[in-house]
Design a binder for this molecule. Structure first.
Ligand SMILES: [Zn+2]
Length: 283
């Protein structure tokens, strides 16, 4: 178990502890004993495999924790990453642990998640301390993305709103619903990548490589995207700071006014409401 520098982040290798507790968690869940299940989950997240005795997992533990800390140092070396790390609520702890299943994607949730009580396995609601489950092979920008979620949870701001997005070109039009929290994390991730002159991705779900112009065109094709940018600029300190202090080439928060003007140029009588404030009429 390692604390990362001066940040409220603990990297904890607990893969075998997770495996040991898995069946019992499932048994408690099936029996509707959700509070006990949650207690066991919290214990599992905060227990190190070093406690399993005989130091038998020492090597893999050192390897995982060293790799994640290296990844965190890379994030700290990027001004956008350093800004985010410094903003995480220091009254809370971000636990980073290995992902047991599906190591090809990472996930973040609250440590003391709100119990749904209806048999649901959903653990995404809550605030305060957080858990990032991530495999050591994932790249630093993915961990950065998860840290955006952790930051939002740490201030009880993780409240996803639904946004409707579409691709217009190239190829046939596709549509989908997305969560505003993913929109924020994705575009912060792009700003982080832009800072290091690395390849960005069009969207959270449509994750093809894209240039700044392609992404701005995508945002201009999506009324909900503009609403979401406006919403975060008004309510999210991270977006405001990005707009005012980051000189990255890609920065839709800084460039929001320009994007909005471009969007409204054919009909200057309309306005873009912030997300959640619209009257339900989206051109
Ligand atoms: Zn995400």
């Amino acid at each position: 178990m390692r604390k990362f520098a001066g940040y409220p982040i603990v990297v904890n290798y607990n893969l075998h502890t997770q495996e040991l507790n898995e069946d019992e968690e499932e048994r408690l869940h099936k029996a509707g004993r959700y509070e006990e299940e949650r207690q066991l989950v919290i214990k599992s997240v905060t227990t190190s495999d070093a406690d399993l005795g005989n130091n038998r997992f020492r090597q893999e533990m050192d390897k995982y924790e060293a790799t994640i800390c290296q990844c965190l140092r890379k994030i700290e070396g990027n001004p956008v990453g350093r800004m985010l790390l410094g903003l995480i609520n220091k009254q809370t702890t971000v636990w980073i642990i290995p992902k047991m299943e599906r190591p090809d994607f990472a996930i973040t949730g609250p440590l003391k998640y709100e119990i749904q009580g209806d048999g649901s396995y959903a653990r995404g609601e809550g605030r305060g301390d957080t858990v990032i489950e991530i495999a050591p092979e994932m790249s630093d920008d993915v961990l950065f993305h998860e840290l955006v979620h952790a930051y939002r949870y740490s201030y009880n701001k993780f409240h996803p709103l639904s946004i409707f997005l579409q691709t217009v070109s190239p190829g046939p039009q596709q549509t989908q619903n997305q969560r505003s929290e993913e929109f924020l994390a994705h575009h912060m991730q792009n700003i982080y990548l832009s800072q290091a002159n690395r390849t960005m991705a069009l969207d959270y779900k449509w994750s093809s490589d894209a240039t700044k112009k392609e992404i701005y065109d995508f945002l201009l094709d999506n009324f909900f995207a503009l609403e979401a940018l406006k919403y975060f600029l008004r309510h999210e300190y991270l977006a405001m700071l990005a707009a005012h202090s980051l000189s990255t080439d890609y920065n839709p928060f800084r460039d929001y006014k320009m994007l909005e003007a471009e969007y409204l140029k054919d009909d200057p009588t309309t306005t873009v409401p912030e997300l959640g404030m619209g009257v339900g009429e989206h051109p």
